[in-house]
Design a protein around this ligand. Sequence first.
Ligand code: 7RM
Length: 638
Amino acid sequence: MAFPYQLKTPDAYHDAYRQSQKDPEAFWAGIASHFTWHKPWHSVVRSDFHTATHSWFEGGKLNITENCLDRYAASQPDTTAILWEPNNPAESTRTLTYRQLLDEVMLFANALKHRGICKGDRVCIYMGMVPELAIAVLACARIGAIHSVIFGGFSASSIADRVQDAGAKAIITCDGAFRGAKTIPLKSVVDDALQHCPTVQSVWVLRRTHEPVSMHNGRDYDWHSETEAMRATGNTHCHAESMDAEDPLFILYTSGSTGKPKGVVHTTAGYMLWAHYTFINVFQYQPGQIHFCTADIGWITGHSYILYGPLSAGATTLMFEGIPTWPDAGRFWDIVQKHNVDILYTAPTAIRSLMTFGTAPLQNKDLSSLKVLGTVGEPINAEAWHWYDREVGKGNAPIADTWWQTETGGIMISNLAGVTPAKPTFATLPLPGVFPVLVDENGKEIAGNGVSGNLCIQKPWPGIIRSTWGDHERCRQTYFSTYPGLYFTGDGCLRDEDGHYRITGRVDDVLSVSGHRIGTAEVENAINMHAGVVESAVVGFPHDIKGQGIYAYVICSSMPANETEMRQDILQTVSQVIGPIAKPDAIQFVSGLPKTRSGKIMRRILRKIAEGETQNLGDTTTLLDPGVVEEILRGKQA
Ligand code: 7RM
């Protein structure tokens, strides 16, 4: 049997859940024993929630790429590891078998080593969705360099912040990226960013769009010539660096409730185990299947369910360079048909956006290969759930609604596709090893069923966040101090009469815009950089397609004479400071903000107004000047 720990019946799930509770050490050791280790661990798990220190498989040594590549290059060398679908359907598909992928990873790893990249160095990766992005990530892991992938939609200043915070020694990029009808000039954005990044010694450039780029002598290297040089000198084999189980594997920056994104740190063994275990169980992966996760590798979903989860299982992972609506809104369905996709994992925002095109793009598309569907990133509304089930799954493919976070490394709460029952809009039940609790504002546990509260997790799981890069105290504060002894997710949650969980959304100042996490404080900081802006307050509001939209209340130094122009300027500023994904959907100019006597902005009121509420704004008695609320209501655009 391929995966003896695959849970194939409800009973198997419940048994595993109980085992993981009764004897977590034996439970996880059993699963870990199926991986390739250089040296066995001496303790399965050690954890202290008060200092936010967690370790799994301490003493063990391994390399994640041997578990993702070498073992399958030996046992199934000709199985396709990466099946790549280009942005433009007229261009050919590329496939890399496990043998080829391993060879490419070793070659590029040697190229990095040759230019002085060593174990523990941080390497930022800012590329489009090309196979070389996967190769770059895995090459870092091969030599023990810590990768930090930066989503291709971020601006130069966002890159600079991340590169500086990580103290990165190198950055890997492309000349440009194709996304739908657009070309994004990645290298020139990197050049702008690097004016403020003294730690970067080398820049690696893969040619993709073949548009001209500036190559700095002595700093910039061409991917192709560097790897060809390795091939020419016979430098084709690269041994896998022996990593401690708790050596950092990657940093991934994510937004929180403060202005500065945090570098979430994941380590080697626990993360690998979690990505693998959740992949094979939630999606019920069977050998030979094609798995298509539509996320970008710049987000955690791409890390865990395009790369590490599927590859650690020997699966074929489909990587798509483009976007769902180009050349038309039938693109996903064309890909499913063309490649006989078995598992499709996407986001509610993508489903809702495709729904607006009706069912015409699905006509005459053969989707009969689909066996399992998945969703992630935000709560899925009932309408989108049923459309996905009916129009895509044809009522035949179970939908796994998977709740998890960058900080959790992999899926935490989800039904197991076709094994445990799905329930529209519910993530349903925790994976083995995950022990959710709901608490009230004071941290008191809310027991029983049919209740709501703040979602916390009460024991360590293998994929738990290990630190925030360069500032462990911030990790402790953010996740482990709100409710001592618990990991706080920042999400609100309902547990229904059957004990099934439904995540209702963030309870902090974090927005989920088209499934992308954006902090309101981050957007405010960006808006405030505009010379004409004095102060701003940003809140979310319900948006039909994006899930949440961004609403900004802005105070200018003098009321703008031309509001349209000022709005455009502010959007431009936000694009430059963060990236286009953070551009507000609405900007309202105001002369004051509702504040308490102690100067706190009352976002609750601003949220209600942004939602369109005019009457019931809740308690306004603590407001310093209730008049501003009247003014804001009068100025609200329909
Ligand atoms: C994987 C990912 C995390 C936040 C999380 C939630 C929301 C994610 C679901 C969901 C309801 C889901 N990582 N979220 N999945 N809400 N149902 N199935 O998205 O770090 O970028 O975002 O996303 O609010 O806290 S993330």
